[in-house]
Design a protein around this ligand. Sequence first.
Ligand code: PEP
Ligand code: MG
Length: 532
Amino acid sequence: MTEIHLTGRAASPGLAIGPVTVLTAAIESRRVPGDPAEEAAALKAAIEAATAELAELVEAQRGDAADILKFQVAMLEDDALAEGAFDAIEAGTAADQAWCAALDAEIAGYRSAEDEYFRARVADLVDIRDRVLMRLNGADTSAAIAGGSIVAGEDISPSAFLAADWTRGGAIVLAAGSSASHVAMLARARGAPMVVGLGPLSWDGRPPALALVDGDAGTVIFDPEPETRRLFEQRMSAASVARAIADADRVKPALTADGRRITVLLNIAAPDDLKGLDPAICDGIGLVRTEFLFEASQGLPDEETQVAVYRRILDWADGRPVTIRTLDAGGDKPIAGLTIDGENNPFLGVRGIRLALSRPEVFRLQLRALARAAVHGALKVMLPMVAVPSELERARELLEEEIAALETKGIACARPPLGIMVEVPAAALCAGDFDAAFYSIGSNDLTQYTMAAARDIGAVADLNDTANPAVLALIARTVEAGRARGVEVSLCGDAAADTRLTKALLATGLTTLSVSPVAVARLKATIATVSP
Ligand code: PEP
Ligand code: MG
């Protein structure tokens, strides 16, 4: 037996070794076409049951995992998805075959889409197809994934990923897949190494027994020779010692090798992200994305709900600063009923602060809730996607009006510092012109706008590079503006957690980085190695 080396694209970092579980879609066609009315009723019932099952799963998940399952529920609830299947049933096709054909056509369309966003949603559609089929035929369509295994397959569905226990190690290696997919986001959040785009995984009927996965380099070795395995295990134990040290040091302040103190803040998408975390691991919260509040199917969140959520986060932070970003809908974050449908280029459209100012009733309510919550801790308010100073000034006027109204009614409130995200090159170039209480660099958007390379299009991923000198120059310029005005500058985009960039980012003069909780230990360990 010779070992097989494959190289793909790194989608989630880390090393793993384990037995291989090959994912197979064992879907069998078991239905004999009956009366079209019966077949249609069976499909309708299966879709409803699958939707209910997913809705139940949503309840058990939080954050991104819940959002992904909600996306699937929304797809299933869209009548257009099954329209072709019901037509075929009327023409005499069995329900399962009709459903499969309709979904396969949809999947083929997504797979060949120009836009990486749609290609990355293929696994969700496969998931939906199989869940309904399972209801229709009672067949189990996904291999059971034992904890600690290396899951190999064409692609993996989010619900198959969520059903496995990733606390026991393991990894995902895919022939296709995308680093922008929902599963890749989940794998990064749960610390499961993942490699995508390996090309055809053909083993002539004899699947490999064992695999070594390097999620940093994007490589996989199937059926390694004993010496290859020994060397890999050596690397793994060195990495796990380093990780244990980093984990233990997570609660210590971050210091560079030459003793400079770096402020490390957290990015969160919902208060649940803080569950079980020791606040001592951070110096505060640098970014609360509030979009989750507005995505609930029951409509816009009321003032009391918002105050309660902001207060929960402030309570957790226990006096540390908490930066809450006002609604950043639009672009890659559409919200039904709020954002504008059919924009030619949503990334350059009515998103972030532009949308907030165009929906003052929604924005004012959030500002009011923030001013009320500010009584309970060191709350800071951050505006997304600001391009010109007048947007900051208009937001300030609205905030002042809401504070005045609250005071008139005798409702307790405070005036939080008002800062801006720097994610539009115009704002970075002229940062000093903004009367902001702080700047937080959104490197995800700043990079895509500077490089004209969208953050969700795999074909231009090489250009979407925060390490490009042009992006680093804009970051350095913002840092300089902050220094001149005596206000804090932080960076809260994904680049803050990419430890390959830490040295370059600190070299721009940045002293504050904000990352997701899972990235804190690795970031602090890397900071400790940086010297001028
Ligand atoms: C960013 O653009 O870097 C950022 C932090 O905002 P988001 O990723 O939510 O657009
Ligand atoms: Mg952004």
